[in-house]
Design a protein around this ligand. Sequence first.
Ligand code: NDP
Length: 282
Amino acid sequence: MSAVILDGKAIAASIRQEIKQEIESKGIKCGLAVVLVGEDEASKVYVKNKIKACSDVGIKSYAYYLQKTAEEDELLQLIDALNNDSNIHGILVQLPLPSHINEKKIISAINPQKDVDGFCAENMGKLFLGETDVLAPCTPSGIIEILKRSNIEISGKHAVIVGRSNIVGKPAAFMMLRENATVTIAHSKTKDLKSITSLADILIVAVGKQELIDASMVKKGAVVIDVGIHRTEQGLKGDVKFGEVSKIASAITPVPGGVGPMTIAMLLQNTLKAAKALMEKQ
Ligand code: NDP
């Protein structure tokens, strides 16, 4: 048996195309502010990719680069100005922030209706309540889209999520629950991880440990979603041993080209959603 490769790159491309068409056909004005504090190389690349993705679909991006020594107050003042700027529909503060800035305080300063990363307490709370009209975190939203657009049934399935971070694991668990999966969350304190992962119909892995999941931990025919990204000399690797797991899974996301491209597509989708909601209010 050889798994179907879930092509996140192709799915993301069609979502971007849909967004572009909607923006063009309805003449929607859509603006995303991207804020980067400091010189982190990986963050610079992420910001550059997000800005390019915006311009490809017709979203106007506004980039703000602050020195790594910028005070927390300076960033809070910028967010306040962006919250009150009617040209800006989405605000994204690239994480991680320098250690002298309180990330939680910054995220909670963003107007929840412009919180296109979906990280603030209000949006997380709505997700917890099972609401669908919410700006949800992009990576887990991307996972749900991959499953749905690949016609993989979620309802009634046992989903095991390995990882409980606020940006991936936890929101992914609530989204799978909202889709009527039976959900188990595993983490670093979980005992006998293999006995749990091998029960999964859908296994979502977001641990940040290169190739932690091998074939012995996966049920035959399971769907495997690999969120991990690890830069190695042999290129990007995931949290799953792709070669051996793809021989027993029924479907699997590759790294690269799986969940990664979906995250940016979902950011664009959230920005469009925020713009439409804010326009309706005006
Ligand atoms: P975090 O480090 O915030 O969380 C990792 C989670 O995995 C924690 O809940 C941790 O448990 C758990 N964990 C760590 N080691 C083990 C283990 N041996 N067994 C079981 N659970 C374990 O990571 P993120 O969620 O932010 O990211 C995870 C991975 O996904 C990373 O590789 C990251 O680069 C990638 N990523 C990819 C994205 C994409 O767009 N494709 C977007 C975001 C992240 P505990 O809570 O107990 O510490």
